[in-house]
Design a protein around this ligand. Structure first.
Ligand SMILES: CC(=O)SCCNC(=O)CCNC(=O)[C@H](O)C(C)(C)COP(=O)(O)OP(=O)(O)OC[C@H]1O[C@@H](n2cnc3c(N)ncnc32)[C@H](O)[C@@H]1OP(=O)(O)O
Ligand SMILES: CC(C)C(=O)C(=O)O
Length: 559
């Protein structure tokens, strides 16, 4: 059935903001971050966290560097209440961290919330009531004044209880919940009323948190709303403007980023975007977006796998393999042209590292978030020569020369096509060795002795090296002695003379693998027959001369 009912939805209204400034702004410093993993994240889980799981998550959030952490909705359940008590009773809150608790603007819930906070050093009490048109009409059946009165009554009670909480420094936060479904002027009116009830001023700033409880518009419209709100807020200096974006349209991060450009000071969100429905703003993504623009996010995600492990354990939620920065496939290229560019980019970086990360297809250095370069390139049927060369070099140290890469790429491509699966790095290496190195048919080198003549100004360089070999061909063994300008030249001359084959070595490269006593030499050759046929071979030996002779023989065997 086709989707023919779009007419039952209405378009979100534009703000009509003139002279908007946010499009020209840049995010140049970290906002105040508030983690809501233990509240909005938790309330959205099929199985909410236990007290122990909440504690494990709390410790992770502290380690990451959050200074404000919404730890729950203490009036909601025994676990929520007990967790707050545990943090306070067992003195588990670092001195530079402020816990935040959420409550509806309802008297019994506010009172219970304050009970949970008894003895706390610092806390933010976060009060909310829904102000949206639809909730006014269908949930509360109250008009604008009556809904505003809920907020004011709640705020007054919070002020009274906070004043009575001796020894505790309580700050205040108010959210006109469902802000995105609320007329802007009305949201502002309610926030002004709450500010008045709390007596917020520059020395005692309240947090006004503007949630896209349901994300309803493109991020630019949300940004317009935030800029409009900041412009029209009386006593802007008495408020910290915070945003709390949801991801119903898949743009929670963009909305929060544009909101910062539009004047917001603070951002609430959760690790990997956990939260109601399609989730909250993903703080990992937003922080790393800032980081990759050269801005210190003041949150530490340098051990992202540990963050993922704790998150999975506590929430029982997976992290999608394509999740920005964190998914297990986001640092991997399977496709040939990407692999080729990454291979060249990594090489360029190694050759002249000026401290600036600039590798194609990799917006962040995986090492900055604790991942290795191991899986940057993986080999399947979409892969190309550059990818194969990258795997061979990064995993095993083989520097396959550019002129040989297309041939090796084709060999690997044929196998992945045939097998219809990914090849592991070990399988790629084994295939290379099988195909180019370990070839004993039809010719196998049995013996090889090389001598050089002493330095002699009258010496003919063309004849300076003498080689004596024994070569097996099937059941027949033949040997030759030949002279040349080096071992390869001497071997080729003798071999051509005795085997009757006609070829020249048209390309040659060599390098060492490993260190000190374990060093091996690898040689690569391309030979071209008199008929124009080309063949590639490689040789490995602790002796570089033998490695190159073996490479020639491998290329001959592959003809
Ligand atoms: C957008 C957000 O994420 S907001 C956070 C939401 N989080 C949660 O809801 C999780 C925690 N909440 C809970 O555990 C429960 O809802 C509780 C314990 C807070 C309250 O539970 P209950 O009293 O059983 O009520 P319930 O949750 O069904 O709430 C609905 C009632 O609260 C009323 N209500 C909701 N908010 C308010 C408010 N600010 N002021 C007055 N009444 C309110 C509703 O109108 C409704 O009233 P009705 O019963 O007369 O129709
Ligand atoms: C309580 C508020 C901030 C909330 O969670 C929301 O509106 O999504």
């Amino acid at each position: 059935m086709a989707m023919t009912n779009s007419s039952k939805y209405t378009a979100y209204p534009a703000v009509g903001l003139s002279g908007r400034t946010w499009p020209d702004q840049r995010i140049s410093s970290a906002p105040v971050w508030c983690s809501i993993d233990l509240r909005d994240g938790n309330q959205a889980l099929p199985v909410p966290m236990s007290v122990d799981e909440k504690l494990e998550m709390f410790r992770l959030l502290v380690d990451i560097g959050f200074k404000e952490i919404e730890v729950g909705f203490p009036a909601a359940s025994a676990v929520e209440y007990q967790f707050v008590r545990k943090l306070i009773d067992e003195d588990l809150i670092p001195r530079d961290v402020t816990i935040q608790v959420l409550t509806q603007a309802r008297e019994h819930l506010v009172r219970r919330t304050f009970d949970s906070l008894e003895g706390v050093r610092n806390a933010i009490v976060h009060l909310y009531n829904s102000t949206s048109t639809v909730q006014r009409d269908v949930v509360f059946r109250k008009n604008r004044e009556e809904i505003k009165a809920i907020a004011i009554d709640g705020a007054r009670l919070v002020r009274e209880l906070a004043d009575a909480a001796e020894g505790s420094a309580i700050r205040f936060q108010y959210s006109p919940e469902s802000f995105t479904g609320t007329e802007l002027d009305y949201a502002l009116e309610v926030c002004h009323a709450v500010m008045g009830a709390w007596g917020a001023d520059e020395s005692d700033r309240m947090i006004i948190n503007l949630p896209s409880t349901v994300e309803m518009s493109t991020p630019n419209v949300f940004a317009d709303r935030i800029e409009w709100f900041c412009r029209n807020l009386e006593h802007r200096e008495a408020a910290i403007v915070s945003v709390h974006t949801h991801n119903d349209r898949g743009t929670a991060v963009a909305s929060a980023e544009l909101a910062l450009m539009a004047g917001a000071d603070r951002v609430e969100g959760a690790l990997f975007g956990n939260g109601e429905r399609c989730g909250n703003l993903d703080i990992v993504t937003m922080a790393l977006n800032m980081y990759t623009q050269g801005v210190d996010p003041e949150l530490d995600f340098s051990h992202l796998s540990h963050t993922i492990d704790v998150y999975r354990d506590c929430t029982r939620m997976p992290v999608h393999p394509r999740h920005p920065y964190a998914g297990e496939l986001v640092y991997t290229a399977f496709s040939g042209s990407h692999q080729d560019a990454i291979n060249k980019g990594m090489k360029a970086l190694a050759d002249h590292d000026d401290g600036v990360w600039n590798v194609p297809y990799l917006p962040i250095d995986p090492k900055d978030v604790g991942f290795s370069y191991k899986a940057i390139v993986r080999i399947n049927s979409q892969s190309g020569k550059g990818g194969v060369a990258y795997v061979m070099e990064s995993a095993f140290g083989y520097q396959i020369p550019r002129w040989m890469q297309p041939d090796v790429g084709k060999v690997v491509q044929n196998v992945v096509d045939e097998e219809g699966r990914e090849l592991s790095p070990d399988e790629v290496r084994d295939l290379f060795v099988r195909e180019y190195v370990r070839l004993q048919e039809p010719y196998a080198l049995k013996k090889c002795h090389i001598t050089w003549e002493d330095e002699d100004p009258d010496r003919n360089d063309e004849e300076a090296t003498t080689i004596t070999t024994a070569v097996q061909k099937g059941s027949h063994e033949f040997g030759f002695t030949a002279r040349g300008n080096g071992p390869v030249d001497a071997f080729v001359k003798g071999f051509i003379r005795d085997s009757g084959l006609e070829f020249t070595v048209s390309d040659y490269a060599e390098h060492a693998i490993g260190h000190s006593a374990d060093t091996l030499a690898v040689a690569y050759v391309k030979i071209t027959t008199s008929a124009g046929t080309v063949s590639f071979g490689a040789g490995i030996d602790s002796n570089i001369s033998l490695a190159s002779i073996k490479a020639v023989l491998s290329a001959v065997n592959r003809l």
